[in-house]
Design a protein around this ligand. Structure first.
Ligand code: S2G
Ligand code: ZN
Length: 476
């Protein structure tokens, strides 16, 4: 099959036989689905970039069932695709051919919550937004926030090592996931569930599962450290006349707001225009600017918020970094203003066929590639958009086309990945590699590193049945 800019050939895995279906239906009564409508949805990713051919969707409810599924598939040589909320952006959560889909959706129970430490223990299929609601009732927050919170699952975001809007304050899932349980390729259950902040006994095996996108094991449960919920949240929505003003605003936020800074995002005029055009959101400030910055701060004292964020706003205005802006200090207005940033991906999807780049480079140069791409491909693309997590140097460069164009996609890959490699950046900052970006891994990792990853994969999954065609560039 042709996917993105490359062609993939099915590997010699077994094919599903009636005996396999009988086994699965006996193991999972009414939860081993072969209905074509159910499969039609399960086989395609959110961005509609990847369309698999799976003939069966399994919905286990317990880790024992996941273990027996993998044990059977391993013995038979059947490939599997673990599936969470299917909100991934690189085709990691859907089959490429007829892999058996193992959905975690029914494993959505909260197992425990330790009030003393703020540690949540839950199954992999829990939806992020429901976990947010659960812990916030207990005075805690989930240390990540994604636009897809309404449907992404904790097992999927951990397997992807997603970043999101709160990364600058709470750091990576690699530090906030304290433990996990996963089922290995042969069905063995690896129990690394711990609620301890510190455990330095041997190799940190959970880190193999975090970010490996279901290719080394199927995550079935997670233990997550949840920081205290801030009382006061306020947000500034700012218009800047140039990218130097964006960078100066970041510096001012860091020095003026310090540890209270909980998020700082930017987006360009093109993003703001599409959010207005395609989603009908009227701009919150008058006047149009080349760039916008959203700054969120949190505090334990809601009274102080207004003073702090207002002083910050006055400073960046006086310094000339910001030309206009507005401040929100009530939860409702904060949520309204976040929509201008959070819904950019949704707006872009309505602009045509979208090609997404998720790169990390030094913050001061992160917009250079947007300008360079816009100029170099002006006559071949509809819109070039730049937005992302300013504080992390994580740019989302999105290109909309009137129709898909594999040649153009390949030219864009060469140009953008080449630029990223030249500036020693990462060709995937938070979305993972999946199937769409696995061939780009060499722009950010040495051939020795990739060879070691391959040896690790072959040791953990000798038959290669776990989420094949993903993450690593080839099965050889
Ligand atoms: C973001 C969400 C997904 C996308 O908005 O920060 O990571 O479409 C993205 O890029
Ligand atoms: Zn992002």
């Amino acid at each position: 099959v042709d996917i993105g800019a490359s062609t993939i050939t099915r590997l010699p895995f077994a094919t599903l036989e009636p005996e396999d279906i009988a086994f699965f239906q006996q193991l999972l009564p009414n939860r081993a689905l072969t209905d074509p409508d159910v499969l039609a949805s399960a086989n395609v990713d959110w961005l509609q970039n990847v369309q698999g051919l799976s003939q069966i969707l399994l919905r286990p409810q317990t880790v024992e069932e996941v273990s027996l599924i993998l044990r059977h598939c391993h013995l038979r040589g059947l490939a599997i695709t673990p599936q969470g909320g299917k909100t991934g952006l690189v085709g990691g959560g859907v089959p490429i051919f007829d892999e058996v889909i193992v959905s975690m959706a029914l494993m959505n129970h909260i197992i425990d919550f330790d009030d003393w430490q703020g540690v949540l223990v839950c199954e992999a299929g829990c939806i992020l937004e429901s976990l947010m609601q659960y812990v916030e009732k207990r005075g805690r927050v989930i240390p990540l926030d994604l636009g897809s919170k309404g449907s992404c699952q904790i097992g999927g975001v951990v397997s992807t090592n997603a970043g999101g809007l709160r990364f600058i304050r709470y750091g990576s899932l690699r530090s906030n996931v304290l433990g996990l349980q996963a089922v290995l390729a042969d069905g063995q259950v690896l129990d690394l569930m711990t609620q301890l902040r510190k455990d330095n006994t041997g190799y940190d095996l959970k880190q193999l599962m975090i970010g490996s996108e279901g290719t080394l094991g199927v995550v079935t449960s997670v233990t997550l450290l949840c920081p205290p919920m801030p009382v006061g949240v306020s947000l500034a929505y700012l218009g800047c006349t140039g990218f130097p003003g964006v960078l100066a605003t970041l510096c001012a936020a860091r020095s003026r707001l310090g540890e209270r800074l909980s998020a700082i995002e930017f987006f360009d005029h093109q993003c703001a225009h599409l959010v207005h055009t395609h989603l009908g959101l009227n701009p919150p400030i008058s006047g149009e600017f080349p760039f916008y910055v959203v700054v969120e701060m949190v505090d334990s004292d809601s009274h102080e918020d207004n003073e702090k964020i207002s002083a910050f706003f006055e400073e960046v205005m006086e310094e000339g970094h910001v030309a206009d802006g507005t401040i929100a200090t009530t939860p409702g207005k904060v949520k309204t203003l976040w929509a201008y940033r959070e819904r950019i991906p949704e707006a872009i999807l309505r602009d045509g066929h979208v090609i997404k780049y998720d790169i990390c480079v030094s913050i001061n140069m992160m917009y250079d590639i947007v300008t360079a791409t816009r100029q170099r491909f002006a006559d071949r693309i509809k819109n070039t958009l730049g937005y992302g997590h300013l504080g992390d140097g994580n740019l989302h460069l999105n290109i909309s086309l009137t129709t898909p164009d594999p040649t153009l996609h390949s030219d864009l890959n060469d140009f953008i990945y080449g630029w990223t490699a030249k500036h020693r950046g990462s060709v995937s900052a938070e979305h993972g590699l999946g199937v769409l970006k696995r061939h780009a891994i060499g722009y950010s990792k040495s051939s020795d590193a990739i060879a070691l990853m391959r040896r690790l994969k072959n040791m953990m999954d000798p038959k290669g049945i776990l989420n094949p065609y993903k993450v690593l560039p080839s099965e050889l």
